[in-house]
Design a protein. Structure first.
Length: 166
């Protein structure tokens, strides 16, 4: 498989999962975007904040591009927190912007490029992210996993089902 073909495949699958996330938010009023329905306490908007900061921005802007982690919020689980004063549309648009930035990096970088800022804790945790390819796969899996979480939350919120079994 050529790098271009592999990159296109990975990007199309990642974009598909991002679209899934956004589709599950579509039509929810602000109160429901901010409400936790599962015992773990996260809200759909908080999940999008997490995907924006912990997945898109951290893995591509920091790990792969070597940028600063100056966007990280303070506090326990700050990457899942959305303030009451923050408009939902801004949180969702930040996700779209981060995804577009990630896509540009993925499109412009060879898949075998090593991270610019590898983390020392990866080895201690038994994790390996030797190149952009493994980082994209990691973010794809994270996004798909959270899309499933959001499916369950959306069904509990208003009955909307992503997967319907007859």
């Amino acid at each position: 498989m050529s790098d271009d073909h592999e990159r296109d495949l990975l990007l199309s699958r990642l974009r598909g999962q991002r679209s899934h996330i956004l589709a599950q938010l579509d039509g929810l009023p602000d109160a429901q975007l901010r409400s936790a329905v599962l015992p773990s306490g996260w809200s759909p908007l908080g999940l999008v904040r997490h995907l924006t900061l912990s997945d898109e921005r951290y893995w591509f802007e920091v790990v792969m591009a070597g940028g600063p982690l100056d966007f990280w919020p303070e506090g326990h689980n700050g990457d899942w927190t959305v303030g009451d004063h923050e408009p939902s549309e801004h949180v969702i648009e930040a996700y779209r912007t981060a995804a577009a930035t990630s896509d540009a990096l993925i499109e412009a970088t060879a898949l075998d490029t090593p991270p610019a800022s590898p983390e020392p804790w990866w080895q201690k945790a038994g994790l390996a992210f030797p190149d952009l390819r493994t980082v994209v796969v990691h973010v794809l899996v994270e996004t798909a996993t959270h899309a499933g979480h959001l499916d369950a939350a959306r069904e509990l919120i208003d009955g909307t089902q992503y997967l319907v079994l007859d």
